[in-house]
Design a protein around this ligand. Sequence first.
Ligand code: 5GP
Ligand code: ZN
Length: 112
Amino acid sequence: MDCLFCKIAAGEIPSNKIYEDDKVLAFYDIDPKAPVHFLVIPKEHIASADCITAENSTLIAHVFEVIAKIAADLKLEKGYRIVNNCGEHGGQTVGHLHFHILAGRSLTWPPG
Ligand code: 5GP
Ligand code: ZN
């Protein structure tokens, strides 16, 4: 399958890694939208949030445990935003489920 984030997860394309275990990878976004901007992905190919099911939701829960751990490690005590863009109207450009973590400045709400 020709999937950018599967290739990053497999190490075929380099990334600036923050955290890795056998199921999850976190790496800095190549085009940061905030002073701190990284992505957390399941290594398994899941196309989008639409594809979260009872069969893979334990993995998604693990993604959120990893986010909390990294936020503590990076001392993001002033807060951060977790974003998932799903589908065309959600602004998803890479078809492998990923969560953006944005931090380091006050973020506006609501999004555009
Ligand atoms: P989406 O638009 O699908 O929610 O987010 C995709 C994100 O992946 C974007 O923020 C984009 O900057 C990032 N991205 C795209 N290609 C690469 C890459 O090759 N390496 C890294 N680290 N990030 C990428
Ligand atoms: Zn993939």
